[in-house]
Structure formats: structure tokens, C-alpha cells
Ligand binder design. Structure first.
Ligand SMILES: Nc1ncnc2c1ncn2[C@@H]1O[C@H](COP(=O)(O)OP(=O)(O)O)[C@@H](O)[C@H]1O
Ligand SMILES: CC(C)(COP(=O)(O)O)[C@@H](O)C(=O)NCCC(=O)O
Ligand SMILES: [K+]
Length: 294
């Protein structure tokens, strides 16, 4: 369902774009997601986008990125290690624009950070929450608390209150890590992927269902926590490469949204870069959905 290692380029749109392009990067522990926008602000048009597994980063400059219009700005989230960051920066030498990596702070783009040490929060979590908060504000739901679920290599479930304060969140292993942990810690769990069943009657189904229900149950628990704390039902947004796998098995109402991290990066970019733009872009419509990764 997702499109691995593939770039989609709208050449007509790319050539029409003004020189205010933003390359947005989301580097996770499994894959690098990128998108080129025609302006550094919410509602910007996506000119091209793609995804690469981390082991294929070296192909970007000579592959997907070669034909791209040069970005004026590069803004990214990265949670992979320093080695990966260095390899990404090497590919970015294709252009003059220096990359800015987002570091979570005390407050940015409408979100207040409740983490004990704000900078120790994963930047992907921070940026996705900024995207979620912007989305709620844009559709008049700024008075609602929010749960943000990201299903990637790891799974995170964040709680944001009705005033835009990040209360805290949980981290649990993603599907792949859960399975590998069970395989490596036992003698009898080397089996093919199974199906999600309410009452599994074989090892494959038992493992697949266990992982899926662990995630669904964790989300349900965080929704309960927020309901008790905030006194109202949260809006639940789910994103990430494996979000579609969880969707059929959730027990709380939710919306599957692609590109929450890109929404967040555009909101941050508006604060950092839009003031540098001429009035040319003053009337770009706000908050169109960004769709990425398919
Ligand atoms: N076609 C696919 N290609 C890659 N990963 C996929 C695919 N479908 C589902 N996944 C799952 O999505 C996860 C990667 O999602 P992603 O959001 O890119 O993670 P991260 O941000 O941690 O790199 C993988 O761990 C895998 O379980
Ligand atoms: C929790 C994460 C591993 C998620 O990574 P991902 O699944 O997106 O690759 C990442 O956000 C991270 O390294 N966080 C730093 C620790 C923290 O957020 O508390
Ligand atoms: K991620």
C-alpha cells in the first residue's frame, strides 16, 4: 500500500514554482521520507515526494533528487543516529541550501512542550504534534485535546491538551521489533506472519494479533487517560508507515492522516522562513492537506 523507494514528481508544477521551495525531510529509524514544496508555509503545494530505506540513502543525489528544482531551504526531522545524518547531509551537498534539523524546544508553532527535558523528545514526535495541533486549529477544533499515534519502527502515542500543551506520551516497540524480540528470546516462535484474529489458534496468528492488540490497547489506554485528565473526548490522529496496518483493528475513533510530519515542518518553516519572503506569497491559502508516501 505504501510506495517504497519511489519518487513522484509533478514536473509542470515544479517548473512553474517560484524560487521559494522547501525540501522537507523526515528521517526515521527505517526510512527517509522527503517532500518538495513550492513555499515554506502550510497550504504549500507539494511538487514532488519520495521515500528511501536508510540503506539506500546514497542513491538520492544521483537518483530521485537529480532532476529536482533546487530547494531554497531544507528543513528536517531526524531520529536516526549521527552516521545516518552525515550520510543524508552528504546527499544534500547537491544543493547550496544548508539543512536545518528541528530540535524540540520549550514551545514552537502553537505547541508547548511538557517533556522534563524538551530537547530529549524525539524530533519526529514534536513535529508530528505540531502538525496535529495546526490541523485541529485549522478546522476549528482548537478546544479539543488530541492523541497523536505514530506507527513506524517504534510506536508513539502522545497526549496534547485543549490548550496545545504536550502532556506526555508513551513509546512502545513497533510490529517488527516486537516480533524480532520474541523470536530472539525464545526457541519456539520462528513462524511466518499470521493474521489478526480475536481468538488466535496458531502461533503465527497469536504473534501477529498480540502485536496489533498491544498497540490498539495502548492507544485506547491513552485516550482513557486524556478523557480523565481533560474531561472531554480527544481527537485521535494516526500516522506513520505502518498506520494502515493498525487501522482495521483500532478500538477508538481515529483518523488516519498521511504526512503529519510534513504538516508540522511547514508550520515551523512558516515561522522561520516566510518572514524572509516578499509579499508575493502573502496570500497562500492555509492548511491544505499534504499527502505523502503513496
Ligand atoms: N511498504 C512498506 N515499506 C516499508 N515499511 C513498511 C511498509 N509497509 C509497512 N511498513 C512498516 O512501516 C515501518 C516504517 O514506517 P516509517 O514511518 O517509515 O518508520 P520510521 O519513521 O521509523 O522510519 C516499518 O517498520 C514497517 O513495519
Ligand atoms: C521514539 C522514537 C525511537 C521513534 O522513532 P521512529 O519509530 O519514528 O523511527 C524516536 O522518536 C526517538 O528516538 N525519540 C527520542 C526519545 C524520546 O522521544 O523520549
Ligand atoms: K517516524
Amino acid at each position: 500500500m505504501t510506495a517504497p523507494d519511489r519518487a513522484v514528481v509533478d514536473f509542470a508544477a515544479a517548473s512553474a514554482a517560484a524560487a521559494s521551495t522547501l525540501l522537507a525531510l523526515d528521517v526515521g529509524n527505517t526510512r527517509l521520507k522527503w517532500a518538495l514544496f513550492d513555499a515554506p508555509q502550510p497550504g504549500a503545494r507539494m511538487l514532488a515526494h519520495g521515500v528511501q530505506f536508510l540503506e539506500n540513502i546514497e542513491t538520492l543525489a544521483d537518483g530521485d533528487w537529480r532532476a529536482l528544482r533546487a530547494p531554497r531551504w531544507v528543513l528536517g526531522s531526524i531520529v536516526a543516529g549521527a552516521g545516518v545524518r552525515y550520510r543524508v547531509e552528504e546527499q544534500l551537498e547537491l544543493w547550496d541550501a544548508p539543512v536545518q534539523w528541528v530540535v524540540p524546544s520549550q514551545a514552537e508553532a502553537g505547541l508547548v512542550n511538557g517533556y522534563d527535558h524538551p530537547a530529549r523528545l524525539g524530533s519526529d514526535r514534536w513535529v508530528a504534534m505540531i502538525g496535529a495541533r495546526q490541523r485541529l486549529l485549522a478546522r476549528g477544533q482548537g478546544e479539543r485535546p488530541c492523541i497523536v499515534v505514530m506507527v513506524g519502527t517504534a510506536v508513539t502515542v502522545e497526549a496534547i491538551d485543549e490548550r496545545g500543551r504536550f502532556l506526555g506520551g508513551i513509546i512502545l516497540p513497533g510490529h517488527g521489533i516486537m516480533l524480532r524480540a520474541l523470536e530472539s528470546g525464545t526457541a519456539g516462535l520462528h513462524v511466518p506472519t499470521g493474521e489478526v484474529r480475536p481468538f488466535p489458534t496458531n502461533t503465527s496468528d497469536a504473534l501477529t494479533s498480540g502485536g496489533t492488540y498491544a498497540i490498539a490497547g495502548a492507544v485506547q489506554r491513552m485516550v482513557d487517560n486524556v478523557r480523565v485528565h481533560c474531561g472531554q473526548e480527544p481527537v485521535c490522529l494516526m500516522t506513520g508507515g505502518a498506520g494502515w496496518k493498525m487501522a482495521p483493528h483500532m478500538t477508538v475513533p481515529f483518523e488516519l492522516v498521511e504526512g503529519l510530519i510534513f504538516d508540522g515542518l511547514l508550520a515551523i518553516a512558516r515561522n522561520r522562513f516566510a518572514p524572509l519572503l516578499a509579499p508575493l506569497h502573502a496570500n497562500v491559502p492555509a492548511a491544505a492537506g499534504a499527502h505523502v508516501g503513496r
